[in-house]
Design a binder for this molecule. Structure first.
Ligand code: 23J
Ligand code: MN
Length: 257
């Protein structure tokens, strides 16, 4: 049997399952809010063109609009100033082989339940590796926080001094990018960075370090509690937007049952 015919059998028998890591695109789903002096990300919008009526008797369809960074979405290197000169740094230029690959999950859900500003640190990554082995080069690393189970105002968790949500420290993201040479980093929150990430050095260290090194980001993921720590396969192809800095997408994981 070939590898792909074996996979086809495993999928049809349920021995390999497909887990959907995507939130539904909906006007009510929150988008990141930056300080008011900056431009803002648009929420998802849908406008009916026709619905089997005088505007189109046999068909229904909609016009949609949104920011590249609305809902469950992909960040390309060109999104950040550190990645502006990265080769193939826009979503339409990324090698399609980069859009399917191995994924590991670091469970930070207990810490994030205790502390809205929970930080993923190098110590946590090294302790994870003690248990599960070294993070393989060229894999996706997802930070599980169960933040996706929040809704409404609790999701952005905006306070007087800005949003509060978990994320990696500058040292943690440097370890993943420079020492482990990961493919990308994903979170359940609106950014790959912590809500208070603007206050680190450098500001927004996940964006700065990932994209400067040609790595990718995923945000607003869900169902990370359905994934094993190692061994799953991620399918995350952004839309092919010319010069796009990111895109909403369907993120799927193949998990061996
Ligand atoms: C622009 C500025 C800061 C951030 C972001 C966008 C994102 O989180 C994003 O969606 O890429 S932190
Ligand atoms: Mn983004």
């Amino acid at each position: 049997m070939t590898i792909l015919s074996e996979l086809a059998n495993s999928l049809s028998q349920g021995a390999v399952q497909v887990v959907d890591l995507t939130h539904t695109l909906d006007p009510d789903f929150p988008v990141i809010i930056l300080p008011p002096e900056f431009g803002q990300c648009a929420r998802f919008r849908m406008e009916e063109i026709s619905a089997y009526d005088h505007r189109g008797p046999a068909w229904k369809w909609n016009n949609i609009s949104m920011c590249e960074h609305t809902g469950t979405h992909f960040d390309a290197p060109s999104h950040w100033i550190s990645g502006r000169d990265v080769r193939n740094g826009a979503v339409d230029e990324i090698d399609p082989a980069m859009l399917v690959g191995p994924v590991v999950v670091i469970d930070c859900s207990e810490g994030a339940a205790q502390n809205d500003d929970f930080e993923l640190t190098p110590e946590i990554i090294l302790a994870w590796e003690e248990e599960h082995g070294r993070i393989p080069a060229d894999s996706w690393v997802l930070m599980r926080t169960d933040w996706s189970k929040r809704s409404g105002d609790a999701y952005l968790n905006m306070k007087e001094d800005g949003p509060h949500s978990p994320g990696p420290t500058p040292d943690a993201i440097r370890l993943l990018v420079e020492d482990r040479d990961i493919r990308g980093f994903g979170t359940e929150t609106v950014g790959t960075d912590a809500g208070q990430g603007a206050h680190y050095t450098p500001p927004y260290p996940a964006h700065f370090t990932l994209h400067g090194a040609g790595k990718y980001g995923l945000q607003c993921l869900r169902n990370l509690d359905h994934l094993p720590p190692t061994g799953a396969m991620l399918i995350a192809p952004p839309l092919k937007i010319r010069n796009g800095t990111g895109s909403p997408l369907r993120v799927l994981a193949l998990v061996q049952g």
